[in-house]
Design a protein around this ligand. Structure first.
Ligand code: RIB
Ligand code: CA
Length: 334
């Protein structure tokens, strides 16, 4: 089988952790490297979580490179109120491993992989795209070596955090603008679709009995994802505690959106999804109420030329098929 060569950029994070489980279980992916960025929690935590998870899954052979500790033009906004202070709701590993960590920063590491290979590489971006913006600023020559960027984030009808903004865009809108206008094919698995890529609490119950390290990990981090049981569990929500809204968390209880796993699944199992576009897309970088909002010109208001349409929108998911794939991925490690 011809495997799809990928680099995965993560801000690990609960759903990034589960996305790594899915990616490492997929027999049609060749994971060339994983890069980390500040996002859900700070870079130190996202890097440590990533290294520990890959080791836990027996994939410590995958090199990891740490990237940006802050967005390109603004102060970091984090989401420890959703993911807990360490990014994994306090889930602890027996030890912190660092053997797979490269010395060079993410952008140098990505550049070397992209320039060294004959075939194009897909980049799966599961956090704010700061590392990619820096990669393109420093090494524009890599662009033709990228097959496409598959990104978790952006939205047409919904938002989080905020009614119209999505986290991975809102954290670094200036970086996002550089990346979507880079000329590299860009596929968004938007929040509209990842919110529909959920697993219910009932569906998650059997995971506890599946056995193996992935089941243990997912059981430990999924229960109460979103901060919904935060008060009852006395969970440490970290520096962003002020953003925790128990009313909103309670409203979402019972349905756990698997944003980043759905994005990996789109690459490994595209038959579970449909795609619309391309459309022209831009991002609000200085709105008073709409900072980070993605403008997606679905009705072709601007009448842009085809080559200016920079954005494919993954617009539906076969949820049952996706949940089955998620189960299969966890069982792969039993
Ligand atoms: O909005 C959800 C996205 O933001 C996910 O990628 C999550 O991990 C955070 O990065
Ligand atoms: Ca993420």
């Amino acid at each position: 089988m011809n495997k799809i060569p990928v680099i995965i950029d993560v801000d690990t994070g609960i759903d990034d952790a589960m996305a790594l489980v899915m990616a490492c279980a997929a027999d049609n992916l060749d994971i060339l490297g994983v890069t980390t960025v500040s996002g859900n929690v700070g870079l130190e935590h996202t890097t440590r979580n990533t290294l520990n998870i890959l080791d836990l899954l027996g994939r410590g052979d995958i090199p990891v490179a740490a990237g940006a500790a802050a967005p390109i033009a603004r102060k970091a906004f984090k989401a420890s109120f959703v993911h807990g202070a360490n990014g994994l709701r306090g889930y602890d590993f027996k030890e912190n491993v660092t053997y797979a960590l490269k010395k060079e920063p993410a952008w140098d590491f990505m550049r070397d992989i992209l320039m060294d290979r004959k075939e194009k590489v897909t980049i799966i971006a599961l956090g704010p795209v700061t590392n990619l913006a820096l990669l393109f600023e420093k090494y524009p020559e890599v662009k033709p070596h990228i097959e496409r960027i598959v990104f978790m984030g952006a939205s047409y009808h919904t938002g989080n955090p905020g009614p119209v903004q999505t986290f991975n865009v809102l954290v670094d809108p200036e970086g996002f603008r550089e990346v979507i206008h880079s000329g590299v094919p860009f596929y968004a698995v938007p929040l509209d679709t990842t919110k529909k890529s959920y697993i219910t609490d009932e569906e998650a119950e059997p995971i506890g009995q599946m056995g193996g390290p992935a089941a243990e990990l997912v059981k430990g981090i999924l229960l109460g994802y979103g901060g919904k049981n935060a008060q009852e569990e006395n969970l440490e929500l970290g520096e962003d505690e002020e953003h925790h809204n128990p009313k909103r968390a309670a409203r979402n209880a019972g349905k756990n959106s698997l944003h980043d796993p759905a994005t990996v699944a789109f690459v490994t199992n595209p038959e579970l999804f449909t795609v619309a576009g391309p459309y022209y897309c831009d991002v609000e970088c200085k709105g008073e109420l709409t900072d980070g909002w993605t403008l997606i010109d679905m009705e072709d208001w601007y009448c842009k030329d085809e080559e200016e349409k920079n954005f494919f929108f993954v617009d539906s998911v076969d949820r049952k098929g996706f949940v089955q794939l998620f189960y299969d991925a966890i069982r792969h490690f039993a």
